[in-house]
Design a protein around this ligand. Structure first.
Ligand SMILES: *[C@@H]1O[C@H](CO)[C@@H](O)[C@H](O)[C@H]1NC(C)=O
Ligand SMILES: *[C@@H]1O[C@H](CO)[C@@H](O)[C@H](O)[C@H]1NC(C)=O
Ligand SMILES: *[C@@H]1O[C@H](CO)[C@@H](O)[C@H](O)[C@H]1NC(C)=O
Length: 308
């Protein structure tokens, strides 16, 4: 009896030892596999922060460099001494590997200094809610420039960019909206560029506003209403011309005598500017008429006798 009992105990112990060994081996394997897998995944697709706005524009470097060279060689050869490579590097350094909610004006200071250039007096055209029309107008009339017609604005127009603390330091999937954080790369950039554009203005400046916006043509929360108006220099700027454009056949929400325009006029008067407001400034309205040539507002003579 003791013999079978003893061999059973040995068998039991052997099974136990083998079991522990297998368990240990499996554990080691699992740890090795897990570390290999997470390491590999980290390199292939890093865990980027997730935001609500579109991500960085694909081929950002090529887009910025292409726009920069186009601007300084084809459009404005008089600015020939600009270094597009340095401009790209300073834009990249402003946001790469940074949390896109912690961008400061200091981050963009080198870029602003490298890319800024003077704007001739009488040429600055500000706009709010009329971007498309204002840009079509400056394309057809070389006497005026919007921010997007300067090198800084031209490079950054309609693209987006933001960084991320993990490699490769640029988030192509998503970027923060202004509602998620104010200090995001786009908002800080446009605020700074708008401020500089306003500070640089001199002589007569113009602003194209939208008289078909129900909430009012002048909004204190807009970039024009919150940044540009307050950075015009009364020592350099003499007059502000307001062009209040309504959509052809669209709602006529506000004219020069409207509430929000009166608010703008009193802000500007307090800052000692001379103001002229024009409803549907004709040279711009003629451009709107390209899309609705038969509308009564687009007739060359407003009171013409009917042709049979
Ligand atoms: C700007 O406009 C004002 C007023 O029309 C004019 O007196 C001045 O000569 C203009 N300046 C330039 C640089 O064209
Ligand atoms: C005015 O604003 C409306 C609504 O945002 C827009 O559809 C329209 O194109 C704007 N008009 C001009 C002249 O920009
Ligand atoms: C043009 O003006 C005349 C006289 O001022 C007026 O009788 C006529 O109704 C007007 N026509 C149109 C199309 O507005």
């Amino acid at each position: 009896m003791p013999l079978p009992q003893g061999s059973a105990r040995v068998r039991q112990r052997t099974v136990l030892l083998v079991g522990i060994a297998v368990l240990l081996a499996a554990l080691v394997l699992a740890v090795v596999l897990a570390s290999l897998l997470t390491h590999g995944r980290h390199e292939v697709s890093p865990q980027m922060l997730k935001w609500k706005d579109r991500g960085t524009t694909k081929n950002l470097q090529e887009v910025i460099l292409g726009r920069c060279y186009n601007y300084i060689t084809a459009q404005h050869p008089e600015l020939g001494d600009k270094d597009c490579l340095k401009i790209w590097e300073s834009l990249k350094d402003a946001f790469i590997y940074k949390n896109p909610c912690n961008i400061t004006p200091e981050d963009y200071q080198p870029l602003m200094e490298l890319a800024s250039h003077p704007v001739p007096c009488n040429k600055s055209l500000f706009w709010s809610k009329t971007g498309d029309l204002a840009h079509r107008y400056t394309k057809s009339n070389q006497n005026f420039l919007t921010l997007e017609d300067t090198l800084l604005g031209y490079m950054a127009d309609k693209i987006s960019w933001c960084g991320d603390p993990s490699a490769p330091g640029i988030n192509y999937e998503s970027c923060p909206k202004r509602s998620e954080c104010e200090s995001n790369p786009g908002s800080v950039f446009w605020k700074m560029a708008s401020k500089m554009f306003a500070e640089a203005a001199c002589g007569v400046v113009q602003v194209m506003l939208n008289g078909s916006v129900e909430a009012g043509a002048f909004r204190s929360s807009s970039i024009f209403g919150s940044v540009e108006v307050f950075n015009l220099d009364p020592d350099k700027v003499s007059e502000v011309h307001i062009w209040l454009m309504q959509d052809i056949g669209g709602p006529q929400s506000e004219s020069c005598s409207g509430h929000s325009i009166q608010r703008l006029i009193s802000i500007l008067e307090e800052r000692n500017f001379k103001i002229i407001c024009e409803d549907n400034y004709r040279p711009v309205q003629l451009l709107q008429c390209v899309h609705s040539p038969d509308h009564t507002d687009c007739r060359l003579c407003t009171n013409s006798t009917a042709i049979p």
